[in-house]
Design a protein around this ligand. Sequence first.
Ligand code: RNT
Ligand code: ZN
Length: 417
Amino acid sequence: MNEQTVKQSYEIARERYAEQGIDTEKVINQLNEFHLSMHCWQADDVQGFEVQAGALGGGLGVTGNYPGKARNIDELRADILKAKSLIPGTHRLNLHEIYGDFQGKVVDRDQCEPEHFQSWIEWGREHNTKLDFNSTSFSHPKSGNLSLANPDKGIRDFWIEHTRRCRRIADAMGRAQGDPCIMNVWVHDGCKDVSVNHYMYRQLLRESLDAIFEEKLDHMKDCIEGKVFGIGLESFTVGSHDFYTAYAATHGKIPTIDTGHYHPTESPADKVSALLQFVPELMLHVSRPIRWDSDHVTIMDDPTQELFFEIVRAGALQRVHYGLDYFDGAINRIGAYVIGSRAAQKCMTRALLEPTAMLRNDELQGHTFQLLARMEEAKAMPWSAVYDEFCRRSNVPVGDAFIREIESYEAQVTSKR
Ligand code: RNT
Ligand code: ZN
């Protein structure tokens, strides 16, 4: 797009919003402070770099076989940097434990150390990318259907040890980057078919978490992620939402809201104002479920937009960590990062540009017609001109210009893999 056109469109948008008392310059500054935590696992269909890696497990599924997925740490890093070059602002990278730099050695999950992430820490420093982290309990011979809630003490202790070590790795990352590393614990534990020991499984999971969180670490924060069900684990999920919500609220932990993890008509957005009454912060896994937790690429759909509106309306910008979590092997994977990240930013742009003060006043005065009318008009305001200007100032492609960049990277790099 012609630079002059972008600037002129922005000037008009700035005036239109100023008429409503909204400062678009402030919004652009806020967008600069809005850091997404990009999930490393979109680049290679959740494979990771373990020498002994097996098939994807834990009830997860990636569909599609689009050519060009990252096959090693160098390719994954190159792909992430390419994606980041097409997304305005500065963003974090969310690593899973299986993405360690294991140097061709077999390192079992109960053996991982900060040293296996030293090169990531250096990479992050070099590329102005702060790191977040996840323990990995799936895709392992000891996973089965139950990890932290396994009645077999040996297996349970193995995963407790893994997760404790992961917290220390996260702490090392947080210390090195001078900013807390957010570490997510999600375990797939559940039952495929009818089961009667639910109380026992949940008691075991609670005790395992208590053991894991015993060590106080100052440079990391814990978040815990529930779910409705996984593939092959349809009948019962140990770490349900009630379980983790209660755990987070009583232990000062951060719940992870994965937008793909709820019943189809349940609104993840509606959880923001409820949970933040009782927990310090929230972690998001922004995704797009189609009929189930299918992890399609995030787009500007109504549930995503509503989520960002709710965060802004709750005044919670500083209390939320913005992770993405989808994996689509059916389309260009770098394109998937860019579409999803830009969609989240566009939703945030619209949320920040909402004339919230006016809307709140309408509502309190009982002016329901005016409230509805203003919200409808806000949809058609020139918010995209503000996002385009943010892209322009960030020196990244404006509008669909990123498509050709991805096409040429595909022609030169990913299609040759
Ligand atoms: C699974 C959870 C979890 C994973 C990643 C890979 O349903 O959403 O967050 O997607 O940890
Ligand atoms: Zn998730």
